[in-house]
Structure formats: structure tokens, C-alpha cells
Write a protein that binds this ligand. Sequence first.
Ligand code: CTP
Length: 403
Amino acid sequence: MSHPLAEKKVVLGVSGGIAAYKAVELSRLLVKEGAQVYVVMTENAKQFITPLTFEALTGHPVYHEIFGGEASASMEHIRAAENADLMIVAPATANSIGKMAHGLADDPLSTLFSAFAGPVLIAPAMNDKMWSNAAVQENLRTLKKRGVEIIDPEAGDLACGTVGLGRLAEPERLLTVVRKGLLRQSDLSGLRILVTAGPTREPLDPVRFITNRSSGKMGYALARQARSRGAEVTLISGPTHLDPPFGVTLLNCQRTGEMAQLVLDHLPRCDVLIMTAAVGDFAPESVQKEKIKKNGEKSFMLKLHPTQDILKEVAQQKSNQVIVGFAAESENIVQSATEKLQRKQLDLIVANDISAPGIGFQSDNNQVVLIDRNAQVESLPLLSKTEIADILLDRILGQLNER
Ligand code: CTP
């Protein structure tokens, strides 16, 4: 039997919800894959499952009391847990999420979380009304901002007798996310990755500008995933409403010229450039110092000139970097994107159909096609931008390894 997680150490945090029984199954699956599993439980979790169950399954003492008790006396195991490769909290109740978001440490789970420096996954489970509570959502946002990955609950029958969003994700899904997290953990360490994101903004006068509908979500997801996989990441961003990903160097800009300057300045010090930004192709020929008045005119002519093509200049200045472009197309997707890849001398291009409803711009999901220099075409299904980011980073790593 293969043990893909052999030598990996995982902390499984269990808080008090009916879904705690799924944590038993998750611990069994993790052990089956070869992982060393250290379970930490809250007082309430013990109302649903006994520590003995986890001890029998994992072969390690369970940390379930801060003061007293055999396991809590065993500092050795607590130290081992603190130095584990990954921590997953499943189920995470609203109460535990609140404590983790606010730095409270008054039970074994929240205490261990506050001392844990590695990557953390949180799989919430609660009643649908609690899930949509503004404070719970705010706490989850806070944790996300700090680099914690949230495994969203699923819709279905809830323990309280209602049907809605709040069921803990199934153990197999949790295992998949843990596996991915562990195996990809530091596969990009040592790499310097430059990512551009969001729209550019070209001013007309002090109050008006030309821009586009890019939200920046794809570029931010790439920056976040690359960082969590160990890369040193610089994110050059046009104006967005997104929180900067944890641990990433963020450089803000507005106009195409500013973005171009930042990219070209950082190019020599990076191994990979991913141009996710929706760079505006035209800018007003001149920017008025004062606000433009109507002056009773029936029409208004705006003279635009083409902006700098950043990737074209990158092609002239690059050395051995992997260069990735994005192409938003509305027809002949593969053909148009392939031509763009060749014209801009890219190693990889990510194309998407902007005419398809509900995906792409502004959305959290997208359906894209990856095309490489050898005209290999890979069509991905509809996925979250985080999932697309990880697949794209896998392909980039593949290209780097081939060199
Ligand atoms: N891009 C760039 N500089 C520009 C415009 C685009 O570097 N002035 C980059 C984008 O970041 C993207 C890729 O080029 O990675 C393709 O962008 P797109 O707008 O689809 O291509 P264009 O060259 O503008 O071609 P067209 O608009 O004619 O399709």
C-alpha cells in the first residue's frame, strides 16, 4: 500500500459539533496515507467523541486539557504538534473560529493554534444562520487575510433539522485539501515570482478615468498560492478592492506606464512573471489639469493613443524567466490565444472566453484553457480561481524543471 503522506505530521483540531464524528474518519484516512496525526480537542468536542477514540486511531496521546491530565503533561507531544507540517481544524465551530480570529487562547485548540506557525486549514460546520452571521463571516475574513485557508461548508441537512449551508465538508474532500496542502507545501521555495493583477486606470482629468472590469481576483489568488507554496512573491497591482495576500510584497500602481516601469524594474530579479493584469490598451492623449466642462457642447471628442505593450518590452529584456500571459477572448479562443502567445514570445498563456456568462471578470470562478509553447492545449473545467492558480503554478514548475 502506498503512503503518500509518510513522514508528514498533521495536527487535527476538533471543536464541539455533531460533525466531530467526521473528524474520526478524517484521522483514519490520514493515518492510512501514512501521516502522523496529533489530535487536539476542545472541552465541548469531548461531548461528542472521546479522546480515547482518537488515541486508538492515531497512536498518539490527545491534547485535550490545558491543566492536569496525562496527555497535557506530555509536553513532548505538544511540541511535536506545534512543529507539525500542517494544522486542520475540522469541525471548526463559530466559537473556535472567533477565538482563533481574536487571538484568544483558553483551551487546547485555541492555545495550540496561537502557537502554530505552519499552514492552517479551517473547515467550519454550524447551523446555516450562524454561518451567515456577520461576525462569523468577519472572523473568517480576518483569518483568511492572515493566510488561513477556509474549506467552505456544504449545503444539505443540518443537525438542527433545517436544510442549508453549514455541513462540514466530507472527510474525503478534507483529505484532498490536506494532501494538496502537504504535497505542494514548499515546492516553490527559492523561486521569485512576479505577478501583475487588476485593471489599469488612465486619467482624463482630476476626477475621471478610463479603466476596465478586472477585479484582480485571479492575480491575487496566484500571489497567495505561490506564497503559500514557499515562493517569494511580488504583486504589482492596479486599483482593486482586495486585501493584500499575507507575506506578499505589494506594489500599487494606476497607469499602464507605471505598471510597465515596475515590471521592467523587477524583471531581472525574478524567475517567473505572470501577467494577469488587464492592461488598458488605450489612454487619453493628454490629461487635463482642470475638470473638463460641458460648455454646452453637443458632442465631445476624446483622443486616445495606444499604451505601452508591457509583454512586448518584457520579450526584449527577459533572460531565462518563464513568462506567462493571460488572454481574455470572445471568439476563436484557442487560435487567438495561440497567436498572442507567439506574438508576445510567451512560455504559457491562459485563455478564457469572456462571452461566457457568470465566469471570468469579477467572478470567483473561471473556465480557462492553458496553451504552452509547444501548442499543447489543456482545457480545464469550471474551477475556483484558487484552484486555477495552483494548476497554473504546477505547470510553471513543470516548465522550470524541464530547463
Ligand atoms: N498586456 C500587456 N500590455 C498591454 C496589454 C496587455 O502586457 N498594453 C498583457 C496582459 O497583461 C495579458 C496579455 O498581454 O497578459 C494579453 O492581453 P490582451 O489584452 O488580451 O492582449 P492585447 O495585446 O491587448 O491584444 P488584443 O487586445 O488586441 O486582443
